[in-house]
Design a protein around this ligand. Structure first.
Ligand code: 13P
Length: 258
């Protein structure tokens, strides 16, 4: 097996949380990030805070991501934001296909792939989310569901610079319940293999994050699993101490994973 160094990424998805006053908490993350080497840190605030957070992170290693984009670069789409606008606001990445958008906004794999392509067009890295529901897992369909989502959502020609995959089992999001490290290992190995057969050698370099109830208390056991290249953190990313404690699992040196 080819071993490719992949730099871990710990990304925080703030979802619909945060006001301008949250810049103080974000600044604590930026401050703490100075002491962490060998791991990329990213915060994805609501769109209203992108410009503010990008300014606060300027000149530091902390990356800014958005939470969704429209597939078109501009036009009559009231309330939507294009990938180009997000880039202009200071984002370097955008989450697409989060399960909350797949369910509340009925986004299909084709929609997600169009958004990932829009991200690439704008020079953003797309963080494509996949993950099965509780019922699908209980029906032993987790791999099939994730495989279908991956095939439909990941654009052709994706490379490590423009794609990150986040495996987020829907039942683990915000629930405090997580899969076992063995289950995470199985599904991440499956995703790695699928990316490899689709994208060839490039698939080896694409980071696969785990997301769903990641906390400082479980970060070590979940994030040191083979083929887990970081985390997509929801609730715990709102608190600088917790987010930094999760990221610190990766320590100071970059590693070979896989
Ligand atoms: P929690 O970490 O709050 O479970 O959320 C995970 C998530 O949805 C990140 O995108």
């Amino acid at each position: 097996m080819v071993r490719v160094p992949r730099r871990p990424l710990v990304a925080g998805n703030w979802k619909m949380n945060g006001l301008r006053s949250s810049t103080a908490e974000f600044s604590r993350i930026v401050e703490g990030a100075r002491k962490l080497a060998g791991v990329d840190l990213m915060i994805c605030p609501p769109a209203t805070l992108l410009v503010l957070f990008a300014a606060a992170a300027k000149g530091t290693s902390v990356l800014i991501g958005a939470q969704d984009c429209h597939a078109e670069p501009s036009g009559s789409f009231t309330g939507d934001l294009s990938a180009e606008m997000l880039k202009d606001a200071g984002a370097s990445a955008v989450i697409v296909g989060h399960s909350e958008r797949r369910s509340s906004h009925h986004e299909t794999d084709a929609d997600v792939r169009a958004k990932a392509l829009a991200a690439r067009r704008a020079g953003l890295c797309a963080i494509v989310c996949v993950g099965e529901t509780r019922a699908e897992r209980e029906e032993q369909r987790a791999l099939a569901v994730v495989g279908t989502q991956l095939d439909g959502s990941v654009p052709d020609g994706a490379i490590a610079e423009n794609l990150v995959v986040a495996y987020e089992p829907v039942w683990a999001i915000g629930s405090g319940v997580t899969p076992t490290p063995t289950d995470v290992a199985d599904i991440h190995a499956f995703i790695r293999q699928r990316l490899g057969s689709r994208l060839g050698e490039e698939g080896q370099g694409i980071r696969i994050l785990y997301g769903g109830s990641v906390k400082p208390s479980n970060a070590k056991e979940l994030l040191h699993v083979a083929n887990v290249d970081g985390a997509l953190v929801g609730g715990a990313s709102l608190k600088a101490d917790e987010f930094l404690a999760i990221a610190s699992v990766y320590g100071r040196q970059s590693r070979n994973i896989g």
